[in-house]
Design a protein around this ligand. Sequence first.
Ligand code: ADP
Length: 294
Amino acid sequence: MLSIRNLSKTYPNGVQALKSVTLDIPKGMFGLLGPNGAGKSSLMRTLATLQEADSGEAKLDEIDVLRDKDAVRRVLGYLPQDFGVYPKVSAEDLLDHFAALKGYVHRKERAEVVASLLQQVNLWPVRKQKLGGFSGGMRQRFGIAQALLGSPRLVIVDEPTAGLDPEERNRFLNLLAEIGENVVVILSTHIVEDVTDLCPRMAIINKGQVLLAGEPLEAIRSVEGRIWKKVVDKHELPDVQQRLTVLSTRLVGGRPVVHVLADAQPEAGFEPISAGLEDVYFGQLLRHRAAVAA
Ligand code: ADP
């Protein structure tokens, strides 16, 4: 269990990126969902011991994450948002290099670990190829292989699916889902489906604050029966947005489809639909914006 208590961080430019963040993150996959600028990376970098918090606490079981950085690093696997690779090195050679850094000093054992990870992330057939020729999805899978070196207890992946095509994204998420059950895996993302598809627990954050934490299914249940849908004309849209609590607008076949939050049918033409995590997410963001503006 990773317990985060009242974690705060203000950057020197005055931006308060984390405002007393408190979260309990059990073993398994945990989705940290929030728009760009919400503070996800700031939280991930703090937990990964790459930057200091101003105040608060974080404990991974018995390890004091903010103070005992060496202990954290021994059990941490981290895939940063901007994971760079050396383009002229092969996947196998670079992973071997990372393995040596991680403390695998015996060549034979290291080779076995590297081979096993390359197989796990499905890069074994291309292990001799240079990383510069890899697709975004292949690079991210390589990133996971390096994050899994040394059997970590805490795995942090920061916005790993941004920029992947749907097939690559699927592959990557399936791979994440296979990481052991005894590992805390934090998946930070602004893509709602990443969380819906594979996280039994999650939190929504915005402007450095936790808006909601819990189980996606429970969160969805909490808005069930209050989500309404209508296909509208483009010119009607501004009016609809003025009158009703519009959660989202999406073009379907070139026409706007709006989702509205309301206790009862808001207007003629709206039909009830079963809620999704996206409705929860946009509802939380709207409420937070309104609270901040008030
Ligand atoms: P996210 O990962 O959710 O997009 P970040 O943690 O990157 O959010 O950013 C949170 C806020 O902190 C943003 O307003 C961002 O501009 C600001 N920020 C992030 N890193 C720095 C930094 N090193 N110096 C100053 N401001 C920063």
